[in-house]
Write a protein that binds this ligand. Sequence first.
Ligand SMILES: Cc1cc2nc3c(=O)[nH]c(=O)nc-3n(C[C@H](O)[C@H](O)[C@H](O)COP(=O)(O)OP(=O)(O)OC[C@H]3O[C@@H](n4cnc5c(N)ncnc54)[C@H](O)[C@@H]3O)c2cc1C
Length: 372
Amino acid sequence: MDYDFDVAVIGAGPAGSTAAYLLNKSGFNVVIIDKSFFPRDKLCGGLITVKTLKFLERIYQDNEESLIKNDIINFSTNKFYFLNKKKKLEDGFTKIPTHFVERIIYDKHLLDKAIDSGVKIIYGEEVKKIDLETNKIVTSNGDTIHSKYIIGADGANSVVRKEFERKDLIDKNYWLSNLGFALETFVDKEKISIDKDTMYLFFGYIKIGYIWIFPNKEKAVIGAGGLLKNLDGNDLKDVISKFLLSYGVDKNTVEKCIKNIKGHPIPFGNFIRNPAHKNVVLIGDAAGFVNPITGEGIYYAHKSAELAAEAIIKDHKKQGILEEEYIKNINMFIIHELSKILKSRGLYFKFFNNYYLAKTLMYLMFRKINYV
Ligand SMILES: Cc1cc2nc3c(=O)[nH]c(=O)nc-3n(C[C@H](O)[C@H](O)[C@H](O)COP(=O)(O)OP(=O)(O)OC[C@H]3O[C@@H](n4cnc5c(N)ncnc54)[C@H](O)[C@@H]3O)c2cc1C
């Protein structure tokens, strides 16, 4: 089939759904194409920070209370504990609770908002080819989609970004230099000797990265991640396995956890400074917008979607300014912040001991923000 739209968004994660929702509300005829059928899961710790909550409230009028009531937020806690191996670095109560979502629910919730507002969706078709000059998209079913604008919201393995690389608009080695990788599994809360309601971060196991335990209603999500160039997938499995044994998880359960383990790349400081070409832009993980210390990406997926939507709306009124507008927007609201964090990351992990790293993480994760 042949389709024509004003905007084609590739990927229905938090980035794609938000961009589609905002552009549709501004009168554009928008389609989202996703290779999965929804609800689909996405490997993620599901921690959403205060700034994400503020964003959801401002854009969708979803507040903390409604998100909890509708089971979009799975678990909330005020308790945190940061350690260097077994040594306590920081613990305490945060004034504002930290919330955890399950991505299978969270992403469907956001996609439903887009669909309810009138966005069209093509499920279960993978985008195979994309022409950055003519804006022609070809899917795995052989469908072709033409659109004035294309938004690449297709995550860390983005095919749209690979097309940028193929055309030398982005350097592939730059992307690989700060690419991260993370493994995640889960364990029954009763099987591990930790406080069941506390979120934990453990340093000292991974050179530039950390292990986390995030509490959910029924289970504890356990993950480990860091800079890919310093890691070996099997070593990371071994790190998790030894870690679980050291926290009293029995051998059989550890084996089960390792069997359930999944891995996924995560941008970890490889944010792209010029993720735009003519009428095509990259947002979210596809553009590498993830905090290079905490690994927080959900907020930046939402925010870059809003910035891309604003740039497209302006370009529609005054042709030919999309690249300039989008790059200006992301510089101001995303790149400036991520660059500062990346610059100091080496110091925190190598020299400042984990005490200052813990303080920085507290600031990055729990700080109160008035406007996002
Ligand atoms: C283990 C792990 C833990 C994490 N924990 C957290 C956390 O606790 N908090 C946090 O804020 N961030 C976390 N992150 C980061 C967060 O998951 C990402 O930053 C976020 O998902 C980015 O959203 P996105 O919409 O850009 O991409 P995604 O959520 O990856 O969505 C991309 C979508 O594109 C679709 N797609 C991909 N390729 C194609 C194609 N060719 N054709 C059609 N569709 C395609 C996919 O099916 C998917 O639906 C974590 C990441 C990892 C790996």
